[in-house]
Design a protein around this ligand. Structure first.
Ligand SMILES: Nc1nc2c(ncn2[C@@H]2O[C@H](COP(=O)(O)OP(=O)(O)O)[C@@H](O)[C@H]2O)c(=O)[nH]1
Ligand SMILES: [Mg+2]
Length: 342
């Protein structure tokens, strides 16, 4: 059912026969249709882009500075987010360890802030909000033997951890610069517990949470996101050309981005159908897009359609729930058309 990708591919192939600059843009995006998803990392200077890119080295996607298929939008405060394309964006609450002066629970606190904003206004402009402290994750992998010795020394000097100044007085400026104050405090705690410092810091940094979010929201259906990005790039160059109306129609009528959007809304808790959430997630392709997987909890697609369609007119549900049910019902319609093939 990747109809958007098929439609986009078809439009790009046709656009490739037009005059420049249409042909050039179409060929450029057609050429990357089968490559890895390109994840753009954007943010104000100082938001932590370079550090995050380093922390993401080795991830199963390519990070780029511009022209990506999807984006990680780094902000230091959630209220910096006031717009943006919801389907192709994950908001990263970066330098999360600095919240509350680098105390040991800083990243957990930032995680709670991120979850709250995902359910609120910020959630309207993205698929997920994730708190990340990339510096301790990256720094932990660069610890020298001298750093390890300094961490052991600090483990028996709790007073040295009370402020940056005291920390610097005890171990010099390098270790705090490498890990941040939070990172040093967390590393000392790991040393006390006899745990591995680099792995422990990565776990605490939120980088694994971000990788999981990218996986769930972007990498699960790369063709849809790539197709959408390609048509989005083509649109400004075909303005005034007969192709423009078609590109616009495909972009606005595509159902798959609505599925992705609703899956994110169910995840963040912005929308819920109570005990029916599991069935909705399955139908929307959240556990795999094969028809049999989508229908695993629903059985016969036409009956599923009737049940979800009934919700779109239910007076017991909110407007948001009725709109969301319409998206699920539309998915069921497509499944009816495909036929339930085991
Ligand atoms: N405490 C802390 N500092 C960070 C973090 N990420 C980046 N920084 C620091 O913020 C400054 C800017 O980081 P950089 O990654 O170069 O940001 P860019 O300008 O967006 O590329 C540098 O001094 C980094 O060490 C983080 O997660 N925690
Ligand atoms: Mg930089």
């Amino acid at each position: 059912m990747s109809t958007l990708a098929d439609a986009a591919w078809d439009l790009l192939a046709r656009a490739a026969h037009e005059a420049q600059p249409i042909a050039g843009v179409a060929a450029e995006w057609a050429a990357r249709f089968d490559g890895p998803l390109r994840v753009e990392v954007v943010g104000e200077p100082g938001s932590g882009r370079s550090t995050l890119v380093e922390a993401l080295a080795g991830a199963p996607f390519e990070t780029v500075g511009s022209g990506g298929d999807v984006r990680l939008r780094l902000v230091r405060r959630p209220d910096e987010v006031s717009g943006g394309d919801a389907v192709s964006t994950i908001v990263v609450l970066s330098r999360a360890d600095e919240l509350g002066g680098g105390r040991i629970g800083a990243v957990d606190g930032a995680r709670a802030v991120a979850a709250r904003h995902a359910r609120g206004d910020v959630g309207e402009h993205c698929q997920a909000v994730v708190a990340v402290a990339a510096l301790p994750a990256v720094g932990g992998l660069r610890l020298t033997r001298a750093d390890a010795t300094a961490l052991s020394t600090l483990a028996s000097k709790p007073e040295a951890l009370l402020s940056v100044d005291r920390l610097t007085a005890h171990v010099g400026p390098e270790l705090p610069a490498k890990l941040g104050v939070f990172g040093v405090r967390a590393a000392v705690e790991l040393v006390r517990r006899g745990a591995a410092v680099p792995a422990g810091l990565i776990q605490l940094s939120g980088v694994p949470d971000l990788l999981a979010a990218v996986d769930a929201h972007f990498l699960a259906r790369p063709a849809v996101l790539r197709a959408r990005a390609a048509l989005g790039a083509l649109l400004p160059v075909v303005r005034g050309h007969p192709l423009a109306a078609e590109v616009e129609r495909v972009l606005t009528s595509a159902h798959e981005p609505r599925e992705l959007r609703l899956l994110a809304e169910l995840d963040s808790g912005r929308v819920t159908f109570g005990e029916r959430d599991g069935e909705a997630r399955h139908l929307l392709g959240g556990l795999g897009t094969a028809p049999a997987t989508r229908l695993a909890l629903s059985g016969e697609p036409y009956q599923a359609y009737l049940r979800w369609h009934a919700l779109t007119e239910s007076p017991d549900h909110t407007h948001a729930q009725r709109c969301a049910a319409a998206v699920v019902a539309r998915t069921c319609e497509a499944l009816v058309a495909v036929g339930f093939v085991e």
